[in-house]
Design a protein around this ligand. Structure first.
Ligand code: EPU
Length: 302
């Protein structure tokens, strides 16, 4: 969707929003799949409510793009603009055992920054790609750690009220890859309370997690991490592997031969290649195990 020549673009600019025309979202996602649209960079959090009101008044559909690491986007010219919080460096400030973190900060960088300040707990999250905001929204987790356990406060834009609000950690539900945030809530800042731990101990934990991940996941290929959530008590990866689907393809999309719940863009895969592969694998798992796997990857269809 192109808005850069519309009068609304000038009004957004007055609110500190930068409009970048014709951005390829394939370059903004870890899967390397996605069409083209205008990207709006929101530099000033205090003007977000006003900018959102403007988009609503002008009836401009939009999606919020975080780190793009758990996302499958349709191809071609997209019928919406994407909003993005530009990264702030370092994006983390430490005060005692509290880390004040911007949602746009890189998750791995945040774990490392906290470690250097002798704050641990998040070692398991070290290799999870993406932003802190995305991790919060999904309650990202790995190797026994979930980010939700450390959340004391979240500042967010709530589409329901049209205002910036602050929620206490206790008032947010963090479940397995699911939270009580509304789909259109926009994470802005978070306060994490972390256990004090000597840097060297944290580093040792980080190394173990990195090693496990390198041994079992296709880290240097274009993927969105795990495609499906694990069903209660089960493992999507193991089931897909048992069905001998590693290497199974739809067009340029392929089930990883390293970890069967990672689907890889091996050869200029289109969004429909990836969706066909997802549906095909879901049906086969359903046929064999009677379980309907739920997507973990977020899909933006047109
Ligand atoms: N397995 C296989 N074949 C495979 C993959 C896995 O047999 O191709 C078996 C493993 O041997 C193991 C079991 O399945 O016995 C579980 O595998 P793994 O330890 O790799 O964990 P997972 O359940 O597949 C989850 C998360 C990952 C996270 C790892 C490590 C989900 C959907 N996935 O994977 O998160 O990194 O644990 O904690 O919960 C993600 O969310 O995108 C993600 C990658």
């Amino acid at each position: 969707m192109r808005i850069s020549d519309m009068p609304v673009a000038a009004r957004l600019k007055d609110l500190g929003v930068e409009v970048r025309p014709g951005v390829s979202l394939a370059e903004k996602t870890s899967l390397g799949i996605g069409g083209t649209t205008d990207q709006l960079l929101l530099y000033r959090y205090d003007t977000i409510p006003e900018a959102m009101r403007l988009l609503a008044t002008e009836q401009i559909p939009h999606h919020f793009l975080g780190g793009g690491t758990n996302l499958l986007i349709a191809d071609g010219e997209l019928p919406y603009v994407v909003l993005h919080l530009p990264p702030v460096h370092p994006g983390v400030r430490i005060e005692g055992t509290i880390a004040h973190v911007h949602a746009s900060a890189d998750l791995g960088g945040t774990v490392t920054f906290c470690a250097k300040n002798d704050l641990g707990g998040m070692e398991g999250l070290i290799g999870v790609p993406g932003s802190v905001g995305g991790a919060l929204r999904m309650n990202a987790g790995a190797y026994g750690t979930q980010i939700g356990s450390y959340v004391r406060e979240v500042e967010l834009y709530r589409a329901a009220s049209g205002e910036i609000e602050t929620l206490r950690g206790n008032d947010i539900r963090f479940d397995y890859r699911h939270t009580s945030f509304a789909p259109d809530d926009v994470m802005l800042r978070v306060k994490l309370e972390l256990p004090s731990k000597p840097y060297n101990d944290i580093l040792a934990g980080i190394r173990v997690c990195n090693e496990k991940r390198r041994a079992s996941q296709p880290l240097n290929q274009k993927s969105a991490g795990c495609i499906f959530k694990n069903p209660p008590g089960g493992s999507a990866g193991r089931m897909i592997d048992e069905l001998r689907l590693k290497g199974h393809r739809a067009g340029g999309a392929m089930v990883s031969d390293r970890h069967a719940n990672f689907f890889i863009n091996v050869e200029r895969a289109s969004c429909s290649d990836m969706l066909r592969l997802i549906d095909d694998v879901r049906e086969r798992v359903h046929g064999a195990y009677g379980i309907v796997l739920e997507n973990e990857v977020i899909v933006w269809r047109n």
